[in-house]
Design a protein around this ligand. Structure first.
Ligand code: NIG
Ligand code: FE
Length: 417
């Protein structure tokens, strides 16, 4: 039966072309008052003035929005949602002056999550991830990209990706799986007798073919950063990933400038993520190309680093900016996407309209889904979030709160509803 969403204080449609919004376009957010929305099955079929819409759908069941704000479900295009134990001890170490890369050199950081994940079964990882993804959903997120990357052996990476596949079946959320076998060079390949070249060959010759054969990932990603993978290594790994039919993402210029944003644009990657240390050349390359600049301000906040990505410069140069949580146990253990919008406005100096489009339309574009989700418009998937606010500007305002009242994914009640 069709559902008629009535009595919303605002319907924030994000309507527009089915592609990333860039530069000035990010300022153009459509907010309707006195509007209603109709969904039928998994699709949005009507958006418009409530009297017209009601008259055209007399048989629809009414969902009373109760004077709240109805908008597209948030699209979180960057998470590392498959991990075991939390890493709270590292937070105190950083407070005492030990940096993120120094912790990694001592065998902590990603290596610590890798040791932990390898020791866990698929069932165990599934049981840990399920409530974590539900918490993401409870903040208004309806689409979540989830990366592997704490396995770093063929079997442990496949195990992680299979957990994502099971979660997709168990949860009313749209999940997008990403293979991140190139998250780190595992410790056993960092010293003789094994070499990093051998690990890269393992990714290219063993992991990628298996991931592709099982259809376990839509994207391949790499941590392209001084001290982790070089841009030359990224070329090799991402080139192989593309030959296996995967779309590309990069952790680019997160902590230090390395030309990773330029590489992402050159390779036509769907997104370049982090960018706190992007160069001027990288900004120009992203502004000129199609690659979405995905910014993760929660990460820099949690790491206690003073430098955030140059969001204003990116947008003013004409780039398409997306926002995401980077939910992971090391650098961003938050499930609260609206909090990331707060940081986007207060730290990255985005306008609210820019932040909202960055978390919906541009998040979807960063997953190749801009024609499927991220807009309240006819033909789009019925992925909706209802927030307990009267004006969309309250979304980043009540920071740290949990204002999501309900969500629907493909027309099916997900959180709350
Ligand atoms: O996006 N930078 C690489 N990956 C994650 C952190 C992973 C971790 O520390 O566990 C990130 O920040
Ligand atoms: Fe990340």
């Amino acid at each position: 039966m069709p559902l008629l969403f009535d009595n919303a204080a605002q319907v924030v449609t994000c309507a527009g072309p089915p592609r990333a919004r860039r530069g000035n376009e990010m300022g153009g957010l459509e907010v309707l008052t006195g509007a209603a929305v109709v969904t039928e099955g998994d699709r949005i079929v009507a958006v418009g003035p409530r009297d017209t819409v009601r008259a055209a759908h007399p048989g629809a069941a009414v969902v009373d929005c109760g004077g709240r704000v109805l908008m597209p479900g948030l699209v979180d295009s960057h998470t590392h949602g498959i991990f075991g134990k939390p890493r709270h001890e590292e937070q105190e170490l950083r407070a005492a002056g030990v940096g993120y890369m120094e912790i990694a050199k001592r065998g902590g950081g990603i290596h610590s999550s890798v040791r932990d994940l390898r020791a866990r079964s698929e069932d165990d990882l599934f049981a840990l991830a399920l409530p974590r993804l539900r918490r993401l959903a409870a903040h208004g997120t309806t689409t979540v990209e989830v990366k592997s990357g704490y396995g770093l052996t063929p079997d442990d990476e496949i195990k992680s990706l299979r957990v994502i596949r099971r979660l997709q079946q168990a949860l009313p959320l749209r999940l997008v799986p990403t293979f991140l076998g190139a998250h780190e060079i595992p410790v056993e390949y960092r010293a003789a007798p094994r070499t990093r070249e051998e690990y890269i060959a393992l990714i290219v010759e063993d992991m990628l073919p298996r991931v592709a054969a099982e259809g376990l990932a839509a994207f391949a990603d790499i941590f392209c950063e001084p001290g982790v993978y070089t841009t030359d290594e990224a070329r090799v790994i991402l080139g192989a990933a593309r030959r296996h039919g995967l779309q590309l993402k990069l952790h680019a210029d997160e902590l230090e400038t390395a030309g990773a944003a330029e590489l992402a644009a050159e390779l036509g990657a769907v997104s370049a993520d982090h960018l706190a240390a992007v160069s001027e050349g990288g900004i120009k390359a992203l502004a000129a190309g199609q690659t979405v600049a995905t910014l993760l301000p929660g990460t820099m906040l949690f790491l206690g680093r003073p430098r955030q990505a140059p969001a204003r410069t990116l947008i003013d140069a004409g780039a398409a900016v997306a926002l995401a949580t980077d939910f992971n146990p090391g650098t961003s253990p938050t499930v609260n996407f609206p909090l990331v919008l707060t940081l986007a406005v207060s730290q990255l100096r985005l306008r609210v309209s820019e932040a909202v489009l960055a978390a919906t339309v541009n998040g979807a574009a960063a997953l190749g889904l801009a024609a499927e989700t991220g807009q309240v418009a006819p033909g789009y998937s019925a992925d909706l979030a209802l927030f307990d606010i009267e004006d969309v500007r309250e979304l980043p305002y009540w920071y740290g709160d949990q204002r999501c009242h309900a969500t629907w994914v493909r027309g099916v009640p997900a959180h709350g509803a």
